[in-house]
Design a protein around this ligand. Structure first.
Ligand code: F6R
Length: 244
């Protein structure tokens, strides 16, 4: 794992946005895996600004988001809506190239299988952006005795639901208990992975992921097995690393 430290989260976001735009310019058909949540908001802001300033062409790019709440939309915001506001509405992505899990599908198992097929048909993910949960989850692969390899219906920990209340009028009981998520192997199959972590509340998970054992009780630790992972951290999230 390569660790890149930045003084400020804004500098991290700017560096990653510049890197992603360079990739799009070199590889117009880039397949990008995206994450939602608070961490990548600065990244999406930078992508909006740089796209406008440089006239970046996203028309051939494909995006695949990691996860989606089951049933959201009626009770709060879907991650799909979040992405629309944060990025999709501001770049010239082709609607048909925006790939999302549908948390309102009648058959959730079939929806997960469809997503795996879509990823395969696209030839896999070139670069996957990840955040990390305070409990070490990636996507919605929550800690457990075993991890789901492929896209699946995930039961969310209370701590995860509590951290997502900002999308559900601040009410934890409104945050769905279930979500759809790419599995651990789905994520690890990406050719490159960039994980972002900012803020002191991520420091323990970041340290465990990089310096601890590979264990399903800290799902992000499986990234140690991947040959091309970059962890981009701000000073606070790097605060517990032994080599600072
Ligand atoms: C969201 C996702 C999650 C988040 C994680 C951190 O698509 O995959 O794993 O990355 O929960 O969320 P924030 O950034 O809100 O702390």
């Amino acid at each position: 794992m390569r660790v890149q430290r930045f003084e400020q989260a804004a500098a991290l976001a700017s560096a990653l946005a510049a890197d992603l735009i360079g990739r799009i310019q070199r590889t117009p058909r880039l397949v990008i895996g995206l994450a939602t949540g608070r961490t990548p908001m600065l990244l999406y802001r930078e992508l909006r600004l740089k796209t406008a300033a440089q006239g970046v062409d996203w028309s051939l790019v494909h995006t695949l988001n990691l996860d989606e709440f089951v049933g959201a939309g009626a009770v709060g915001q879907r991650y799909r809506d979040f992405m629309q506001e944060e990025l999709f509405a501001h770049v010239n992505l082709d609607e048909r190239h925006i790939h999302f899990l549908d948390g309102r599908a009648a058959d959730l198992g079939a929806e997960c299988d469809r997503y795996e097929r879509t990823i395969a048909e696209l030839g896999g993910i070139d670069v996957q952006i990840l955040g990390i949960g305070v409990n070490g989850h990636i996507g919605f692969n929550e800690p457990g005795i075993a991890l789901h390899p492929r896209t699946h219906v995930a039961r969310l920990e209370l701590s995860t639901r509590a951290r997502n209340t900002w999308l559900f009028d601040g009410a934890v009981e409104r945050v769905p208990e279930l979500a759809l998520s790419m599995g651990i192997e789905t994520i690890v199959d990406a050719r490159e992975i960039v994980l972002l972590a900012t803020g002191a509340e991520k420091a323990e998970a970041v340290q465990g992921m990089i310096e601890g054992p590979v264990t399903p009780t800290l799902p992000a630790s499986v990234l140690q097995r991947h040959k091309s992972v970059t962890v981009m951290v701000d000073g606070d999230a790097a605060g517990r690393l032994s080599r600072r």
